[in-house]
Design a protein around this ligand. Sequence first.
Ligand code: F0G
Length: 458
Amino acid sequence: MELPFAESWKIKMVEPIRKSTREEREQWLKEAHYNVFQLKAEHVYIDLLTDSGTGAMSQRQWAEIMLGDESYAGASSFFKMKDMIKKITGFDYVIPTHQGRAAENVLFSFLVKAGNIIPGNSHFDTTKGHIESRKAVALDCTIDAAKDTQLELLFKGNMDLNKLDKALAENRGNVPFVVLTITNNTAGGQPVSMENIKGTKAVCDKYGVKLLIDSARFAENAYFIKTREKGYENKTIKEICFEIFSNADAMTMSAKKDAIVNMGGFIATRHKEWYEGAKTFCIPFEGYLTYGGMNGRDMNALAAGLDENTEFDNLETRIKQVEYLAKRLDEFGIPYQRPFGGHAIFIDAPKVLTHVPKEEFPAQTLTCELYLEAGIRGCEIGYLLADRDPVTRQNRFGGLDLLRLAIPRRVYTNNHMDVIAVALKNVYDRREKITRGVEITWEAELMRHFTVQLKRLQ
Ligand code: F0G
């Protein structure tokens, strides 16, 4: 008999988590204004808010924490991190930042001017925020197929090369760079193929435009290239990563995902002029050039995390768990963005809560229902997160309205996945009775989903 699949690690330290009653959760959610970001973490049983900064570090990473060099300038920890980034990506110039959005802030302060057009495949919300706050336009060129959650496509995160070509042709001289996000978080943690990465690079070259990779989950993307794309099955993850970045001019990185640290990020590039331009913004915003927003110990852990998480076994263990949850949801017929993504399952909320009108935010309503059902905290990636159109101030209902169940790396077991699946099934079974959603009572102008206050409609 073939042995079943199991994790490529064992557990050395545990953190207790606590269940609660439905009555407690009703009260806590009301106090949180039906916004799960406002909940206390101790009131959450299984936390799927994000896979960002929530992973379990390895023993090697914890050992590296003790070796951190906290010198203000020239710390050995910086060089350890820089050398690992160079090994994996080939980029010579590295600027540490405290997380991914800080890397965007520093680099975009140099590159983005009012009126610029920045095409991409579903810009992440902070990326979009840093573009729009500079009065530039984040132009979405994702393939249309990404919007059909039931369509099975191996690389549903891809850039539409025709849309990109058109955007670059129409905006000559006004595009500072193109941004390619791997994996495509907003479209459901969907990967981008190597063919599409190369195609994007070729279109950029045609117009003399540089290519920036938003790399938060590049290693998971490389796993999908290895397991889904012809010609890559015998390449190592590190070889695939190197090939990915050989097509890019620079990367911004939220190391809280695929480098499995609790905090950290960086910019890396092959261009001295981008480094020189960005570094003048690093010092006032983040800190001196050899620590940015990071501790020495965290740079050490980041280096070890990058090394370990660009190995196949670790990625396989992680993505097989996401796949396991997807298969459980299939048993219950619960609709999600197909096929399963790298870091999360994205439930297609309007297909579940068919009676809740879009103006009442179905995905946010489903997020609340799942929390009330079992103390599981997911995250709305939908109409609330989409913010209002900066010009018309209308809600943007054009995209998907998803409940994201992000799986932290190496944190929960498949027993937890079973609880999540059954809790969702219970909500799904009573979906016909859920007819009203939520209404906004207060919202911020930008990135409102973190702080929005809502009222439950009866
Ligand atoms: N780019 C992508 C694709 C992301 O998913 C994120 C963060 C960022 C950039 C910004 O990085 O958080 O380190 O500042 N995504 C998290 C999430 C927050 O939950 O998906 P950050």
